[in-house]
Design a protein around this ligand. Sequence first.
Ligand code: AMP
Ligand code: GLY
Length: 442
Amino acid sequence: MNILIIGGGGREHVITKYIARNPKATKIYALPGNAGISQFAECVNISAEDINGMISFAQSHAIDFAIVAPDDPLALGAVDRLEEIGIKCFGPSQKAAQIESSKVFAKDLMRKHNIPTAKYEVFTDIDAALSYVAISDCPIVIKADGLAKGKGVTVAENFQQAREAIMSCMKAKTFGKSGERIIIEECLTGPEVTVLAFTDGKTIVPMISSMDHKRAYDGNKGPNTGGMGVIAPNPYYTPQIADECMKRIFLPTIAAMNEEGHKFKGCLYFGLMLTKDGPKVIEYNCRFGDPEAEAVLPLMESDLLEVMLAVSDERLCGYGATPLSASRVPPTLGGMSSAVRQEGVKFRKGASCCVVCASSGYPGHYLTGYPIDFGDADDMAGVEIFHAGTKSEGGKILTAGGRVLAVNAVGDDAESSRALAYEAVSRISFEGMRYRSDIGAN
Ligand code: AMP
Ligand code: GLY
């Protein structure tokens, strides 16, 4: 089977590594890939957002299966275009990807289908938005509607900050078209949980929960980033909460997408907050989280490629469980999903801790091109080093991004995985390397 992986970060590295274990994967190409991915795949210098380039490459290389991992190509309709030329894909259609690419779409979906989320209003007019925050309580949350590389959300502590966020989106157009429409929403409090779930639009199989650490510095200080580290499972996510999420959030979301005519197939990311009024959705993403994937997939025992193929063929419920009718998702699906989880998609006991090594200055300006010294970290049992932003040059591996490496360790429990991950990180170095020292500590 010729497989095409779209993307070139840590998430694509872990996916490629695990896909490569399946003997069906006779040839893997990555667009554009990175130095780590090149161990398992032929990396081709076509950007993940170059949809025309991707299509002609796929046509001329007899691709059998494509995995579209990042948000941008999904929002640009990569899956629709690949399917048009007969290529089977893992990932949602452009319409289904709106669940991430338009926060207004996601919020309206939740309101219409009674899925718990923060109260909100939508604005396209600056004055109306400013008048609204002037009479609202702070903190209050301002969100650009469209994709903004994880930077489109401001939790404003006071009116001044809210005003600045509105002006930055709508007047200065910091996020371009993405900020022409904004959401202003109620600020929720509580622990945050990420749940990644496989879904084929008929059933849903949640993976082990995780906790991202989005702020740049220790103690959850500093600007938001793509994610500085992850622990899995999330210590706040009890089996009772998981059951509640299945009934009130996961299944209703899949049913809602079907009802809207946008069946979601792929990995659906639920960004949740556990509030005193129960779990609520902070955001959906239409793909694996990064670095959540680097922590969660190492705990998965089932074969990733087989599960992805089952998602694509809409036989996830047959993957270890009884098939069910393809029509509207029945309310009994909760029980069905547990069956799939136990018999079909298996996760090992234990925990992961993933620490991101970033370039000095990230998420602001940073320099690249520095050689990476991995020490003997690569040889440590239980440790996997995923390349987030690297390139090979003259036999050396150089830094090539803001987030450079995602160092994951699997242990019997959270504490041992954490100790192992930090031991590995201490053996790695590059000019300006920076990481949070409190991943999983709180
Ligand atoms: P998002 O890109 O929507 O995940 O937002 C980024 C971060 O902003 C989230 O991980 C939360 O920490 C925070 N956030 C977003 N929406 C809210 C909200 N309604 N209340 C409190 N914090 C929020
Ligand atoms: N780590 C957060 C995200 O992938 O959106």
